[in-house]
Design a protein around this ligand. Structure first.
Ligand SMILES: Nc1ncnc2c1ncn2[C@@H]1O[C@H](COP(=O)(O)OP(=O)(O)OP(=O)(O)O)[C@@H](O)[C@H]1O
Ligand SMILES: [Mg+2]
Length: 420
């Protein structure tokens, strides 16, 4: 084991053994998973020094060494054999901005889903890299603001979300079944459409999905829709998977996931993203690269054992948590076409009245959609009921909260028909 005082000498000696050039070395900085030593190589030797990691690792007889450039300097990161974990309870959260861990320099790493470039997130890495722990760290922060954030949590494989089962921020019970996940995602897409039509929203909705490869085609399409159009409606997705392949993660989806937590991965998978090849030198168990709108930082993700006091910071629901939506059976045919047309018309009518809070008239619905008088009236009534409910729920006409609509289940099914 290399101790603090011996560190620069050990690195210096190793560099001399393998290297070619004299280096000015800085004081070593103690991070949770690595020691970082800054070094200033002569400019002409920069490329050579950057390529020395494997030789340095052999000379120091340690785990994977990472060397990267920071301006004129290089940072040499040497794994500690006495790694420390980072206490989740020390992290802070403010609405959608959540500290999820610390850099080797001790600086906190904040993921902010409220920023346009990082509205949606990906957590990737091989088994044991710490994906589920990272998801929990992020959601732990979000769950502390139930007035601002509503959570939809799904995990069809393990029990990632156990600490959140009573969280006040839950939109409904944790989803553990793929069919249910499809229904929950379809409902979020519907709410997103309604919010986009109304041009406003009350709380953000964050859908966090562990093992996203277990989600069916319908659900994945919904995820793509939310990632593409959700931001303006306050709808966000956070997905985790170890399968970093284009058949699991559609490029159109990954393009939208501006916040990335990349755990240890094999080189092949790492190649999926240009610029993140260093992930194969990570040590696993929460040693990650966090990439925020393209800016990368190494990070040790915060963690708390089960039963830790940190978990009591998640506010619990006083009343029961609504059941998760009923599962959508694979292969059930979409509803009659007429219904999906109605859904579109209801959303349109909500947004197209003469006054705020007032649905469009049956006449204009008839003209817009070419439907008969009775159907136009029904559409108008549904749109008006949804608008009235928003007003009651929020006291404001521009804000939406429509999931208690008497025909909510049906509208959700309709959106499924539209999307499906
Ligand atoms: N940030 C962390 N701090 C401390 N320990 C961690 C951290 N992340 C992961 N670990 C340890 O590694 C184990 C595996 O982590 P985790 O379950 O998050 O991996 P995973 O990537 O989700 O794996 P899988 O793909 O198998 O689900 C944890 O049970 C924990 O013991
Ligand atoms: Mg996991």
């Amino acid at each position: 084991m290399i101790d603090r005082r011996a560190m620069p000498y050990a690195v210096d000696a190793a560099l001399r053994a393998v290297a070619i050039v004299p280096l000015r070395l800085g004081e070593p900085i103690e991070g949770p998973q690595v020691w970082t030593v800054a070094a200033e190589p002569p400019p002409h030797a920069m490329a050579k020094v950057l390529g020395m990691a494997p030789a340095l690792q052999a000379a120091l007889n340690c785990g994977p060494v990472r060397i990267h450039q920071v301006g004129r300097w290089i940072a040499i990161e040497v794994p500690r054999d006495d790694r420390r974990s980072v206490a989740l309870g020390k992290m802070r959260a403010d609405g959608l901005a959540v500290q999820i861990g610390v850099e080797p320099t001790g600086r906190r790493v904040t993921v902010d889903l409220g920023q346009p470039a990082t509205a949606h997130a990906l957590v990737a890495g091989q088994t044991g890299s710490g994906k589920s722990v990272a998801l929990r760290a992020l959601v732990w922060g979000l769950a502390q603001a139930p007035d601002e954030v509503e959570l939809v949590l799904t995990d069809t494989d393990a029990d990632t979300w156990r600490p959140f089962e009573q969280a006040a921020a839950l939109r409904h019970a944790v989803v553990t079944d793929a069919g249910q996940a499809d229904a929950a995602l379809a409902a979020v897409v519907t709410e997103m459409e309604l919010r986009l039509a109304a041009g406003g929203f009350d709380r953000h909705i964050v859908v966090a999905i562990d093992e996203v490869q277990t989600i069916g085609v319908g659900g994945r399409d919904a995820i793509l829709q939310i990632a593409t159009r959700g931001r303006k409606a306050g709808c966000h997705v956070v997905v985790a998977t170890q399968y970093v392949r284009s058949d699991v993660l559609d490029r159109r989806l990954t393009d939208q996931l501006g916040a990335r937590v990349l755990g240890r991965m094999q080189d092949g998978a790492a190649g999926y993203w240009a610029g993140s090849s260093a992930v194969s030198t990570l040590m696993g168990q929460g040693d990650v690269l966090v990439s925020l709108a393209g800016v990368e930082a190494r990070c040790q993700v915060a963690w708390a054992p089960e039963g830790d006091r940190a978990w009591s910071r998640v506010p619990e629901a006083h009343h029961g948590i609504p059941a998760a939506p009923a599962r959508i059976e694979e292969g059930v045919p979409a509803g009659p076409q007429q219904r999906s047309d109605d859904h579109e018309a209801i959303v349109w009518a909500m947004a197209s009245g003469d006054e705020p809070g007032q649905a469009a008239s049956a006449t204009s619905i008839r003209q817009e959609f070419g439907v008969g008088t009775d159907r136009a009236r029904r559409i108008r009534d549904d749109a008006q009921a949804a608008l009235d409910m928003q007003t009651r729920a929020t006291g404001a006409t521009s804000l939406l909260r429509v999931s208690d609509h008497p025909r909510w289940a049906e509208i959700t099914q309709m959106s499924r028909a539209v999307g499906g």
